[in-house]
Design a protein around this ligand. Structure first.
Ligand code: ADP
Ligand code: MG
Length: 279
């Protein structure tokens, strides 16, 4: 990669203790360039969230390395505020995990703006961020519990973006939104991070949305990346049989784009034995 990547993960392994231990991520390499949106897709349990937590430093990396803007990401024990100050923001599937139930919405977005300013980045006004995610300024004085899941997620997204991160890691950020707004919110996230030169790691099982917003797509399966490349290439000419099976199962045209049910154990072994296609 010619310009310095905002995120450079190499041969990352994430293991959970147990008998036997679970190898959730089994040697994954992935980069995100400034202004780039990289999507991570794969069925439930393929290791997407474990990788996401590892790259932001809230999950221990058992092997491999993670670098953020050329500095190592220090694993474990990092409090969210400390992570934010490095320029990384996260949005999770459940907005309740990103929002403080006891703080007013406007104050939480103001926290994001303060984080941006603490890093020397430009911060705009609370109302402006609310407007960008499609909420009226009047919501600023209210508390998170007064909103629907979809509205809460918009607030969480506004708070994360207001901090002007260099890297936004979004793990299933649109799942809580109603179907009619999923694509527009995902596109908005992509545009807002790209306009500030930030990178985004976007995790979703909605392939139709991924196709619209991601520059590159990584297909994860059983802890490994089986295929990666430019989104349009992966979509129009998938090389790995697993990706082909995945895309073939999407209802046409442009249906919900859901990833199909987990394959049988036999296929599972087979797919992992076929060499990955990464370009
Ligand atoms: N905290 C945990 N402790 C033990 N196993 C876990 C933990 N989190 C995830 N796993 C296991 O790791 C694997 C990958 O999970 P996850 O990263 O959540 O995948 P995805 O986000 O793709 O659904 C699964 O087998 C899951 O059961
Ligand atoms: Mg997950």
């Amino acid at each position: 990669m010619s310009e310095t990547a905002v995120l450079d993960a190499q041969d990352v392994v994430v293991r959970y203790p147990g008998n036997p231990p679970v190898v959730a991520v089994n040697g994954v390499s992935l980069t995100v360039a400034p202004g780039e949106t990289v999507a991570l897709v794969g069925e439930s349990g393929s290791g997407k969230s474990s990788l996401a937590r590892a790259v932001v430093g809230i999950e221990k990396v058992a092997a491999g390395s993670v670098r953020f803007r050329d500095a190592p990401v220090t694993p474990l024990g990092i409090r969210r505020r400390a992570v934010a100050l490095t320029g990384i923001q996260m949005v999770f599937q459940d907005p309740s995990t990103s929002l403080n139930p006891r703080r007013r919405v406007g104050d939480q977005i103001a926290d994001g703006i303060a984080t941006a300013r603490a890093r020397g980045a430009e911060g705009s006004r609370v109302e402006e961020w609310l407007h960008r995610v499609g909420l009226p300024a009047t919501v600023a004085t209210r508390f998170p519990h007064q909103f629907s899941g979809g509205q809460k997620q918009r607030i969480a997204i506004a708070r994360a973006l207001a901090a002007r991160p260099s890297l936004l890691v979004a793990d299933e950020p649109i799942s809580a939104l109603d179907a009619s707004t999923q694509t527009s919110v995902a596109a908005l996230m992509r545009d807002l991070v790209a306009e500030s030169g930030a990178g985004m790691l976007f995790i979703s099982h909605d392939l139709a949305v991924v196709r619209r917003i991601a520059d590159r797509t990584f297909v994860m399966y059983s802890g490994r990346v089986l295929e990666a490349g430019a989104t349009e290439r992966v979509w129009s000419a998938p090389q790995h049989p697993y990706t082909q099976a995945l895309l073939a199962a999407i209802p046409e045209p442009d249906g919900a784009g859901r990833i199909p049910v987990a394959p049988t154990t036999e296929e599972r072994i087979l797919w992992s034995e076929i060499p990955p296609v990464v370009d």
